[in-house]
Design a protein. Sequence first.
Length: 273
Amino acid sequence: MKQFIMWLVIILAAVSGTCADDAAEAGRRVWREHQAAVLTVKLVLNQSLSYSGRDQQSESKTETVGTVIDPSGLTVISLSAIDPSETMRSMLASRARGQSGDLQIDSQVKDARLVLADGTELAAEVVLRDKDLDVAFLRPVETPARPLPSLRLEADVKAQVLDQVICLNRLGQVANRTVAVSLERIDAVVERPRSFYLLGPGGSSGIGSPVFTLAGQPLGIILMRHVATEGEGNVTSMFSGTPALGILPIVVPAADILADVQQALESSQTKDR
């Protein structure tokens, strides 16, 4: 009996190792095929803030991750990267409930550049914003010399709780803007008021990054969700993580993003005329 149990443990361990190897190979395949579609986006923002009678203006430089979804260079980023007003409102509301209405924020994109995998920088402009999805679409100001590597989003890609998924993320300058790949699991599937997915802590850092199924299909893009939290904010909520502040990284399904893509492409074509 003991020998049987020992052999059973060995067999189960071998099967588990094979499954892990299959997932790793799937991740490497996605990394090889799609890493060039995950870009660094350089931004220069002019921002003005007014709160409780005090005004402040500033210029800031920042970088975020963008995902190219069309060979023309149409790129998805988080709207929060160029318009932080909702994030700041959520944080302020958690600290001073009822006073966030006094906050006025204006953020204008002074300069935007898509940094390609080879380091080439393309001047870009914002062609569409969707506040509900936290999506902004950028496109190159001038038509690229050749089609850019891109993802083909599909409306019928879905996942279930505890499914393994693959996340790509373009790291910062300190890591030479290398594309990182990780295997994560779907922690939750939220159906209302709109469908979206939640990943574990390891998959929530690449805002603007794509998420794939193990079959290599783009499941969606990691973006931000903002909601007004109930109750008065306090010190405890500040240390409870972003969900307590009404801010949550989520995977917005490809189907929802596709609803805006045609309008963004049409806006780009109109500007070219």
